[in-house]
Design a protein around this ligand. Sequence first.
Ligand SMILES: Nc1nc2c(ncn2[C@@H]2O[C@H](COP(=O)(O)OP(=O)(O)OP(=O)(O)O)[C@@H](O)[C@H]2O)c(=O)[nH]1
Ligand SMILES: [Mg+2]
Length: 317
Amino acid sequence: MMEELLEPFPEFVEPDNSGLNGIKIGVVGRPNVGKSTLVNRLLGEDRVVVFDEAGTTRDSVYIDYERHGQQYTLIDTAGIRKRKNIKLAIEKFSIVKTLKAIDDANVVVLMVDAQEGLVDQDLHLMGSVIDAGRGLVLGVNKWDGLTPEKREKMKADIKRRLQFAEFADVHFISALHGTGVGNLYDSIGAAYSAATDTLSASRLTKVLEGAVEEHQPPLVHGRRIKLRFAHAGGRNPPVIIIHGNQTDSVPAQYTRYLEKIFRRELGLHGTPVKVEYRTGENPYSNKAKPGDTKPTFKRKKVIKFSKRNEPTNKKSR
Ligand SMILES: Nc1nc2c(ncn2[C@@H]2O[C@H](COP(=O)(O)OP(=O)(O)OP(=O)(O)O)[C@@H](O)[C@H]2O)c(=O)[nH]1
Ligand SMILES: [Mg+2]
């Protein structure tokens, strides 16, 4: 029955932002964090300008190259400052350009400065990468010459403040000396494949069934939320569309639980995962299936009630 039910769904959806012309790597971070230095390191040659002054790179630079038979495009970007320091039009422009670079990328290497420590701006940038659904690798740069105390503090800060990006690999590197830089390629490759993998509807549905069995969705006004089947709805980020009843009332916490299970069971490492819901009829089929039930009553009240009772753990970015 499941095979029949899932039959009308596509096994995969063509990515909008395909890596056919290579993996696009965006390098983003605050001014002077070492983005251009890292880009030169990853390229293996000095191609972009590095200078010890914030604002050296003024516009995004797209560089195509090949490494071990794999095509890449590296995108070096202008650093993004703290909002209150953004006065010049050119700096506003650099934000737009960076958001465009994130959007253009398959995987983003977000660089933070270990000598300066984590700042809010780093978290905002990370929020933008996750919102865009891009693969994410964290490069904690200028790790050279750091005291053991500072290293410990930085590690603790990352663990505490970057929980919302715990799916991302963290590398402690020195772009200047090249330490740890080569390992970035493994994480970039892993994030790229996870972000663009083909996820079959039957596999997704099996994982969903396991997750629901382990931990049922809650009752809403005495009726259990039913999550029946899942299929892929996009790549980079992987979008998982779940069909069921009363899906408007699924608590955010339960969605996060499902995302965690999907990530774990499907080995989706280094990429955000988006779970979306559909209630009612199968949108892909022309005729209604026997099992389909149309919502026949208004659920406004129920939704209102459940929203009020939702855990208020929205992230502040
Ligand atoms: N100690 C140390 N210095 C570094 C490292 N990486 C970069 N730097 C230095 O940091 C300064 C800024 O480097 P850039 O690569 O120009 O920084 P950027 O992020 O491209 O800066 P903008 O283009 O201005 O946003 C230079 O003086 C680099 O030599 C590192 O790993 N360790
Ligand atoms: Mg630069």
